[in-house]
Design a protein. Structure first.
Length: 244
């Protein structure tokens, strides 16, 4: 049994094509809905799930045990670079709960799309014998040393046009780049502003965003900021399949 953890980003779709080309059998592609997806992202997920099923693979779409807003209230605010607990609650716990039910013996191999392409990951191991973040299961990361041209070739062979942005499973994400902030939909800005007001705290630290106070000012700051990352890097929650 193979369990492929996917957020339906470019790297995830490339891994799905890898599994197809290598004729892996008994593959289940799992997506965990964080409850904080960007506008339109779940439509993208639905299209990807239909593609996965057309390959003969199974899909699983999990909901978080605790809704996003409830997790933020429970923690008294938003995650940060120093305290990146969001993925554990939103993705890690639901996945572990599900995988222990369908694979109680821990015999499945977990496939992860971790890659250096579009990330800052370095020295990625191809195999992890027993990974605590996956219930002590064997982990295989086939894209560990892949280059962009090879990744994009996998997408081309799958008939997939690469996305121009990372996964929007959480939008905004604490690791959002300036371009991502510029492209936030109005509904995603509004939902964030409402939660900031409810929690009486800010998602982004003003010191990282030109002293912007709140998501609306952060988006205004991003519109005029250099085309670069914030002081964050994608992949902070790589163990749980977040990022590119």
């Amino acid at each position: 049994m193979y369990i492929l953890r996917s957020n339906y980003s470019n790297n995830s779709m490339a891994l799905i094509q890898f599994a197809r080309e290598n004729r892996l059998e008994d593959v289940t592609v799992i997506y965990v809905d964080t409850g904080w997806a960007g506008e339109g992202w779940l439509d993208h997920v639905s299209r990807c799930e239909a593609f996965v099923e057309s390959l003969g693979f199974k899909t699983e779409h999990l909901k978080p045990v605790t809704p996003f807003e409830d997790v933020m209230e429970m923690k008294g605010g938003f995650p940060s670079r120093q305290h990146q607990w969001c993925a554990l609650h939103l993705k890690g716990i639901p996945f572990l709960k599900w995988v222990e039910e369908i694979d109680p013996t821990g015999s499945a191999t977990v496939l992860l799309p971790k890659s250096e392409v579009d990330t800052n990951f370095k020295d990625i191991p191809e195999f992890i014998d027993s990974c605590e973040y996956n219930g002590e299961r064997h982990v295989w990361q086939p894209l560990f040393n892949i280059e962009r041209a090879q990744r994009d070739a996998l997408l081309t062979r799958a008939g997939i046009t690469p996305l121009s942005h990372p996964s929007q499973e959480c939008a905004p994400c604490i690791n959002s780049t300036v371009p991502a902030l510029r492209n936030l939909s109005q509904s995603d800005i509004d939902k964030t502003a409402e939660l900031e007001e409810e929690l009486d705290t800010l998602l982004f630290s003003p010191k990282d965003c030109g002293n912007a106070q709140g998501i609306r000012q952060v988006v205004e700051w991003a519109a005029a900021a250099p085309d670069e990352r914030l002081n964050y890097e994608f992949g902070c929650s790589a163990f749980f399949g977040c990022g590119s």
